[in-house]
Design a protein around this ligand. Structure first.
Ligand SMILES: [Ca+2]
Ligand SMILES: [Ca+2]
Ligand SMILES: [Ca+2]
Ligand SMILES: [Ca+2]
Length: 402
């Protein structure tokens, strides 16, 4: 269902193609390389890469890991994993971007995963772009003229909302004209995408996710972020390709991350949202909303720490059949370490911090995937950290797995 959150193959491909690329900050602040350069993918290869903040707002990965201060290009090894996995830069020639979002999807249905990127590219402040790369096999990615508008500080998600067998796009973010957008683009099957004028409110610093929350067989939309009229968190029901706000009554979320997941295994998709209530990013919260059917979503009081400028993801890390949570971002509470990365075990709808010992990050992106094929979920984590007594400040990318 969540085609932008593909399992297995998607995740492995991600590592092969862009892991170093996203080392510098994930969805909100990733840098694929120095501005104006096409490299990114030749970043020093370490399992955990710590790079300096160059002061430009672009976090350039580049230093060595705390554990292994080795430098230079070469294979990337997931040093946190008990079964090391090695990743190589495939030299795909992707642009260096900032304020970015990425998602895999097989838009041309030829059996391999293609790549959609958005963000700022070029010198200085950069220019918003959207880049669609077709996977032509043999580690070759070919840029396609998709006609999508350039955006930054946004989100991208693939999903077949019209059930015609090809992947369509949900795109959010800020355009070069300073307009916030949230648009659905229909895949016409010929490699071009048409805006269906879905009437969604434009957002930035937010999240757009596909999920069939009413179990009627089509993908609905969860949209969070900043609109021109303030923060929102809304569910839009897909009615034969027309999207209508169901009035779920969720509190708006700035600088937010959101995900669908059936945490209680009752067959319907529930909601996880982390974000801020007060501009620009004050009073952070993290809530789980249980889907009660008939369009009702109820806060279960999960007692998760509120985070902003972070990332959330569901995944059954302990293999007991229920969805657990990984949470990153800023608590804004110095005594809690300010930035956190925590894994919560789901015990019948009660979520318990497992004290995973992960470095706290913000402006981050995180993803579960079984990178070593041992049947257990590993964690891909990127972001920016600060105030760490041992490491100071910098960026992180790494893989951790049991
Ligand atoms: Ca479609
Ligand atoms: Ca639906
Ligand atoms: Ca459920
Ligand atoms: Ca579990």
């Amino acid at each position: 269902m969540m085609t932008d959150r593909g399992a297995g193959a998607a995740w492995r491909t991600l590592f092969r193609a862009i892991l170093p690329a996203v080392l510098a900050g994930g969805a909100l602040a990733c840098s694929l390389g120095a501005p104006g350069q096409p490299p990114a993918l030749a970043a020093p290869a370490n399992s955990e890469t710590v790079g300096p903040d160059d002061g430009s707002g672009r976090r350039l990965g580049g230093g060595a890991s705390p554990e292994e201060r080795s430098q230079g290009d070469g294979p990337m090894t997931s040093g946190w994993s008990s079964a090391p996995v090695t990743y190589f830069d495939i030299g795909a020639g992707l642009p260096g971007i900032d304020g970015c979002s990425v998602a895999w999807g097989d838009y041309d249905a030829d059996g391999d995963l293609d790549l959609l990127l958005t963000g700022l590219s070029g010198e200085g402040a950069g220019v918003p772009g959207s880049w669609l790369y077709r996977n032509d096999g043999g580690d070759v990615f070919t840029a396609i003229a998709s006609g999508l508008p350039g955006v930054y500080v946004g989100s991208v998600a693939w999903g077949d909302y019209d059930n015609d067998g090809d992947l369509d796009i949900l795109l959010t973010g800020m355009t070069a004209d300073g307009d916030r957008i949230a648009r659905v683009y229909r895949n016409d099957g010929m490699g071009t995408f048409a805006d269906i004028v879905a009437g969604l409110p434009g957002i930035n610093y937010g999240s757009g996710a596909w999920g069939d929350c009413d179990n009627d067989g089509d993908l609905d939309i969860l949209l969070t972020g900043q609109t021109s009229g303030g923060p929102i968190a809304r569910v839009y029901r897909n009615g034969d390709g027309a999207f209508s706000d169901i009035g779920a009554g969720l509190p708006g979320a700035l600088r937010s991350s959101a995900a669908w997941g059936d945490y209680d295994n009752d067959g319907d998709l529930d909601i996880l949202i982390a974000g801020s209530r007060i501009p620009p990013y004050g009073n952070p919260f993290t809530h789980v909303y249980r889907n009660g059917g008939e369009g009702s979503f109820t806060d279960i009081d999960a007692e998760l720490p509120g985070v902003v400028r972070g990332a959330v993801a569901w995944g059954d890390y302990d293999g007991d059949g229920d969805l657990d949570i990984v949470l990153t971002g800023d608590t804004l509470i110095p005594t809690e370490g300010y930035s956190i990365t925590q894994v919560y075990r789901n015990d019948g709808g009660v979520f318990t911090d497992i004290a995973a010992g992960l470095l706290g990050v913000r402006n981050s992106s995180t993803e579960w995937g079984d990178c070593d094929n041992d049947g257990r979920l590993d964690l891909l984590l990127t972001g920016y950290f600060s105030n760490d007594p041992d490491l100071g400040t910098g960026t992180l990318s790494g893989v951790k797995g049991p």
